[in-house]
Write a protein that binds this ligand. Structure first.
Ligand SMILES: C[S@@+](CC[C@H](N)C(=O)[O-])C[C@H]1O[C@@H](n2cnc3c(N)ncnc32)[C@H](O)[C@@H]1O
Length: 202
């Protein structure tokens, strides 16, 4: 069985499209088979985009698991002075996201499968790939959260019945203080920051 997070091979088939309103801008994004939410903006993603406070206007921002790019393009349109890194394991998703950013004239989006080691993120926004399984998800988050800047904030939307509360608990217990920013339509938006630095010992 193939999943949206596998890299699909073969022709993409007919492209779909998703309309995305970012402030005054109406963007049309292309989607395709083998990519998450190809038939329309995911409900969780919509909740995140509606509920999130304005992103930082400068610095580096990360969309972890960008798919065809609705979160990355929203960040880039709202924060033209920032660099938006869009990361996904799915090659077709990366191709679509890059093409969508180019079509929208958003030159501040960088679509990659990895980000240079020295880059620190002022914000991470994500509709994370819950379905890869708990252990893989935890590993993924522990790979990317340490790359938040000192005052960086990660916002993640998670469906309540896919374990948002246990993820919130796990993050907090593992040194990533996490609160619930909002709860809407069975989705929760979690807000994660760096824990307090360990006290210095003498
Ligand atoms: C729930 S989808 C969200 C997609 C898109 N951001 C949206 O809102 O429509 C999660 C995405 O994470 C990607 N993904 C899965 N495992 C990943 C990994 N290890 N690193 C980066 N992205 C991953 C999937 O391919 C998928 O595109």
């Amino acid at each position: 069985m193939s999943h949206y997070f596998d890299s699909p091979t073969g022709p993409a088939g007919p492209l779909g499209s998703v309309e995305l309103q970012v402030g005054p801008r109406a963007l049309t994004l292309r989607t395709a088979a083998g990519v998450f939410a190809r038939d329309g903006l995911d409900k969780g993603t919509a909740v995140l985009l509606d509920e999130a406070p304005p992103p930082p206007t400068t610095g580096h921002l990360l969309d972890l698991g960008c798919g065809y790019g609705p979160i990355a393009l929203t960040l880039a349109a709202r924060s033209p002075g920032a660099t938006v890194w869009a990361v996904d394991v799915n090659e077709r998703a990366r191709e679509l996201c890059a093409a969508n950013a180019e079509e929208a004239g958003l030159g501040n989006v960088r679509v990659v499968d990895d980000v240079p080691e020295d880059v620190r993120f002022a914000a991470i926004w994500s509709n994370p790939p819950i379905r890869i399984g708990k252990q893989a998800l935890h590993e993924l988050l522990l790979r990317w959260l340490p790359r938040l800047s000192d005052d960086g904030v990660a916002l993640m939307v998670v469906q309540k019945n896919l374990g948002s509360d246990s993820l919130q608990r796990w993050l907090t217990e593992n040194g990533w203080p996490t609160e619930r920013l909002t709860s809407r339509n069975a989705f929760r938006v979690l807000r994660t920051t760096r824990g307090a630095p360990a006290p210095t010992t003498r």
